[in-house]
Design a binder for this molecule. Structure first.
Ligand SMILES: *Cc1c(COP(=O)(O)O)cnc(C)c1O
Length: 359
């Protein structure tokens, strides 16, 4: 039997001490990135992909900053992601990419007024049978992921549908390949066939491809958050997410001392090590073992030994004044970090876990 004396309201416990991990957000850089992408979008206006809690940065922080900058269209994947965005922007401006898969999704869309993206004839029929209303339509032009196949576009179920955005998604816009022109040509045919208020094709990389891909609304995600997925974005897009971790112990190593699980590092000289409160449970994966770097007041502190679940050990010899409780910056410039870690810029952001304070 559980001991009922433990069943106290949360408020009866003491307030939590400060977190030892924080994900600092450079709001100025975030707003500047959106403005740059909106400018690069030419006659089209840039929206924002804020799915996956704004790529892990925290929708509650990101959405107000982008709304203030002028963003008017918001793209989430799951219905469960709507409330965090709905708290800050008008319902119809939120587009739910996964679409209404059942009656509960339809009822939620109609009750809230958010815009469902219809991805199949089945979703179109489900939406219309429940009374329909304004929606988006996703058409597949070659990624073979979500969206109506081109062969379905003549179906009578589409006639008279009240479409805000007619959308398609590029598969390889971060590369210079023939598929980009092929998807564009198919999308232009879709635009000629499907009446809609607005048309939308480009993600971050698609914006950099050029004006022909821009249509009316662009949907940048990763570049808003500091990702550089094409060379055109270098020098334009700035880092937004700055993970920081506290030192929880310092220790002196002697030559021959072994460091971390499986002793993958042996000190070859006296080393002042520091133990940092960041591990693979926080998304700082073991790939960073022996490769990652932390920064403190101009010193660079390399990771030594294996990253463990809750801790990483760094060589802090170059920072003799560093003490327990001091905060280190994780070297996390996305293009650079992707090269070193082998992870994608998208994974680097969305991996960062719930122990990071996002405020
Ligand atoms: C995630 C997503 C985007 C944003 O893509 P980025 O490469 O992050 O700019 C745009 N459109 C759709 C349909 C998406 O799923």
């Amino acid at each position: 039997m559980p001991d009922p004396s433990f069943a106290r309201p949360v408020a009866a416990f003491a307030p939590l001490p400060p977190a030892a991990l924080r994900l600092a957000l450079d709001a100025t850089a975030l707003a500047a990135n959106w403005r740059a992408l909106d400018r690069m979008s030419g006659a089209a206006s840039a929206g924002a992909a804020v799915k996956a809690d704004a790529y892990g940065l925290g929708a509650a922080r990101v959405v107000p900053v982008l709304a203030q900058a002028g963003c008017r269209d918001w793209f989430v994947a799951h219905w469960g992601e709507v409330p965090d965005v709905l708290a800050h922007v008008p319902p119809a401006s939120i587009h739910v990419l996964h679409g209404p898969m059942n009656a509960a999704d339809v009822a939620y869309a109609q009750a809230t007024g958010v815009t469902p993206v219809l991805n199949s004839l089945a979703q179109v029929r489900r939406w219309r049978e429940a009374g329909g209303g304004r929606c988006d339509l996703m058409v597949d032009t070659g990624i073979n992921r979500l969206g109506l196949p081109l062969a379905d576009l003549g179906d009578p179920a589409l006639a008279g549908l009240d479409i805000d955005c007619c959308i398609s998604h590029l598969a390889s816009a971060d590369e210079d390949v023939a598929q980009n022109a092929q998807q564009l040509a198919r999308f232009q045919a879709v635009c000629a066939q499907i009446p809609a208020q607005r048309y939308s094709l480009a993600n971050s990389a698609g914006i950099a491809l050029g004006a022909r891909w821009h249509a009316d609304v662009t949907r940048p995600g990763i570049a808003l958050y500091g990702g550089i997925v094409r060379s055109e974005l270098a020098g334009v897009i700035a880092q937004v997410a700055h993970p920081q971790a506290a030192v929880i112990q310092r220790r002196q190593l002697q030559p021959g001392d072994l460091v971390g699980y499986n002793a993958t590092f042996t000190a070859d000289r006296p080393i002042c090590a520091a133990v940092v409160a960041l591990g693979y449970a926080d998304g700082y994966l073991r790939t960073w073992s022996g490769k990652g770097e932390f920064r403190w007041r101009g010193s660079t502190l390399p990771v030594i030994g294996r990253v463990s679940m809750d801790m990483t050990i760094v060589d802090a010899t170059s920072a003799p004044d560093l003490a327990e409780g001091d905060w280190l910056d994780v070297a996390y410039d996305l293009p650079e970090a992707a090269k070193i870690s082998g992870l994608s810029q998208y994974e680097l952001l969305t991996l960062l876990g719930r122990r990071f304070l996002r405020d």
